[in-house]
Design a protein around this ligand. Structure first.
Ligand SMILES: [Fe+2]
Ligand SMILES: [Fe+2]
Length: 171
């Protein structure tokens, strides 16, 4: 998980938005309400999600696999609620490392600096709630909940071959 965040930190230094073609493609993939969850995110987060969805679309091109492309596009929408910039995200990651993931997640809703850090650590669960609130897809909510918990992949409802593609596309 730390290696993941270190890589993400370096890619997040660029603030450029996704290309117009990528934005149009993203909008065509999901319902208007689900797209609204995506569209409110920062340029950096939208770029990461489109890139992730592009990789999944290339690996799983069948029309019946479209729901997994949607899952990749939406898996980090819960990051919106923490409103953390790049340095705040580094702080959240360091806090999770130092005090432990479970404890830092418990900070969500706390006053001052702990609240946003805890909320960021909970972006997986928050995103799942938000995706379900707009009507799914349920597979995207499940992947949001799961995507930072490889220890739970074995018990997941997502097929193992799909999980491998989704996970690789998130790195
Ligand atoms: Fe994430
Ligand atoms: Fe991600």
């Amino acid at each position: 998980m730390i290696g993941h965040y270190v890589r993400r930190f370096f890619t997040s230094l660029s603030r450029r938005p996704p290309s117009p073609a990528d934005e149009i493609w993203a909008e065509s993939l999901v319902s208007p309400a689900a797209y609204a969850l995506f569209a409110r995110l920062s340029n950096t987060d939208r770029r990461h999600l489109v890139q992730s969805a592009r990789i999944v679309a290339a690996e799983l091109p069948a029309e019946t696999d479209r729901v997994w492309v949607q899952a990749a596009l939406l898996h980090d929408v819960g990051k919106f609620d923490a409103h953390l910039d790049v340095l705040g995200r580094v702080a959240a990651t360091v806090a999770a490392t130092v005090v432990g993931n479970t404890r830092s997640r418990g900070w969500a809703g706390s006053p001052r600096w702990r609240g946003p850090l805890g909320t960021y650590q909970c972006h997986d669960v928050i995103g799942a709630v938000e995706i379900r609130a707009v009507g799914g897809p349920e597979e995207a909510a499940v992947w949001s909940e799961l995507h930072h918990h490889p220890d739970q992949f074995a018990d997941a409802t997502i097929p193992p071959a799909v999980l491998r593609v989704l996970d690789a596309a998130d790195h």
